[in-house]
Every structure is written in structure tokens, then in C-alpha cells.
Write a protein that binds this ligand. Structure first.
Ligand SMILES: C[S@@+](CC[C@H](N)C(=O)[O-])C[C@H]1O[C@@H](n2cnc3c(N)ncnc32)[C@H](O)[C@@H]1O
Length: 256
């Protein structure tokens, strides 16, 4: 029985996406910003009809749903450790069948060289190891296939706090409110020879406004509700991101 992965955003997101969105332009709602991020990811994926697309850590299925609206004849596979989220993903009205698989990102139940596109949107920090996940990507992607991944990564200054009292306290507060975060201190990019980096964009500024929504309070309120570990974790993560210690990065790799 896989562990249930609690995700704080689950309860505080207004739509189907469980990610920070992409705030480009004025007057967007959270749902619109989240749809904009799904579109950024799919643009980078360069989908064509017939592509076999796997979304690892697929949440409630928003990114795959957006893909199905844009390109016909895709073969879609959504992978998540949390059965409850998959149950909700199955409710989405897809124009075609989707394979929803309950599995761990680091042990993918997919044959070698079986897909053309892999997506991983704001999920890799929850995995036991980014490196193991990327090794699975190398195994499962066909040569020439692409991985598009958005990730929250510590910069060198934040990583320098690993193991210090301040670092341990940051980690404790993030884990207490934002669910398992085993690879918090993970490397920015694993150097795996079979993966060639095609693109790297810093989305930190364009994702920052979302933390206010997940705090569960009005954006202009300056007092935080006491005793709310989710708000505390979001506050912590938002603050680290605001000062540049935590980055939100979109990366595109090609399987050689
Ligand atoms: C922040 S959410 C992002 C969800 C989705 N990609 C989205 O953008 O809406 C992180 C997701 O990763 C999933 N997850 C966490 N650990 C996982 C693992 N080891 N294997 C597969 N999925 C995992 C969680 O259940 C959750 O759905």
C-alpha cells in the first residue's frame, strides 16, 4: 500500500492544478495563472500527435488535461504515489483514455524506451531522490525524447545551511506543513550523460504571488494565523523564494 502523500496545496488550490502557476500579466486568478504554467510546460515539451506522454507526480491531472486540449492523438499516462489524487484525476473529462498508475517516481512501472515525453511539474522535491528519478527518465524515454521539469531548488547560499541549526529548523517547518520533502537540499541538476539540457528558465519571480494564496489568508494581511503548519511552511518557502534562496526552475532535457 503506497504512502499517502499529503499535499498542502490540495486543500487550498481553487482548481485542478497543484502548482504555483505562472503570473504573467495583470489581473489573473490563481486558476488562470496555473493554466498558464501548464501551457508553458507543454510549449517546452513540443508535443506532436502520437506522442506518448507520461506525467510523473501528476497530481489531479491538470497538465495532462491541458495537453489533451492542445494536441490530438496523444497517449497519456499519469503517475502518482497518492491513490486519492488519482481517483480525482479520473473524474476529469478527457477526450481519450488515460492510464492512471499508482507508483513511485523512482521506480517507474514502465518498459525501457517506451515514451517520447516526460513531464514532472513541481513534484521532484517530494521524491526520495532526484537522481534516481532522472535515472528512471533515462531508462523510460526513447532516444530524442524530452523531459520537461519544473522544480524548487535551493541556491548555494541556502544549501550551505544544510545540517546547521537554522537549516534543520527550516527543514522541520517545511516538512511539518508541506508534506514529505526528502530531497530538500538536492542538487540543482544531476549531471547524467544521457540527458542533454536544452533549456533552463528561472520562473521564481513569475511564481512568487501564489504563496499568498496557499497561506490561506488575504494577500494584504500582515498577521499570520498561529498554529497553522501549512501556512507556516508556505510562509517559509515564499520568504526563501522572495530573497532568492529558493528558485523555481523550468528545465528541458533531451534523451541522447
Ligand atoms: C506539488 S504536487 C504537483 C502535482 C502536479 N504535477 C501539478 O502540478 O498539479 C506534487 C505531486 O507529487 C506527488 N508525489 C509525491 N511523491 C511522489 C512519488 N514518490 N512518486 C510519484 N508522485 C509523487 C504528490 O502526490 C503530488 O501529486
Amino acid at each position: 500500500m503506497p504512502a499517502i502523500v499529503y499535499n498542502p496545496v490540495l486543500d487550498r488550490s481553487e482548481g485542478r492544478a497543484l502548482h504555483l502557476g505562472f503570473w504573467r500579466g495583470e489581473g489573473l486568478s490563481l486558476v488562470e495563472a496555473q493554466r498558464a504554467l501548464d501551457r508553458e510546460v507543454l510549449e517546452a515539451a513540443g508535443l506532436v500527435p502520437g506522442a506518448v506522454v507520461v506525467d510523473v507526480g501528476c497530481g489531479l491531472g491538470s497538465t495532462l488535461w491541458e495537453a489533451a486540449q492542445r494536441v490530438a492523438d496523444l497517449e497519456l499516462i499519469g503517475i502518482n504515489l497518492d491513490e486519492d489524487q488519482l481517483r480525482r484525476a479520473k473524474e476529469l473529462p478527457f477526450p481519450q483514455a488515460v492510464r492512471w498508475i499508482c507508483a513511485d517516481a523512482c521506480v517507474l512501472p514502465l518498459p525501457d524506451a517506451s515514451c517520447t515525453t516526460m513531464l514532472c511539474v513541481e513534484a521532484a522535491f517530494h521524491f526520495s531522490s532526484r537522481r534516481k528519478f532522472l535515472e528512471e527518465v533515462v531508462r523510460v524515454l526513447r532516444p530524442g525524447g524530452r523531459l520537461v521539469m519544473t522544480d524548487l531548488v535551493p541556491n548555494p547560499a541556502l544549501r550551505a545551511l544544510k545540517g546547521t541549526p537554522v537549516g534543520r529548523e527550516i527543514e522541520r517547518r517545511v516538512q511539518a506543513g508541506a508534506g514529505p520533502w526528502p530531497d530538500f537540499w538536492g542538487e540543482e541538476a544531476a549531471e547524467i550523460l544521457e540527458l542533454e539540457m536544452l533549456q533552463e528558465d528561472d520562473l521564481s519571480a513569475a511564481t512568487l504571488p501564489s504563496w499568498q494564496h496557499f497561506l490561506g489568508r488575504k494577500p494584504d494581511a500582515d498577521v499570520q494565523l498561529p498554529g497553522d503548519p501549512i501556512a507556516d511552511a508556505c510562509h517559509q518557502l515564499g520568504a526563501l523564494q522572495a530573497v532568492g534562496f529558493l528558485k523555481v526552475i523550468l528545465r528541458v532535457w533531451k534523451r541522447r
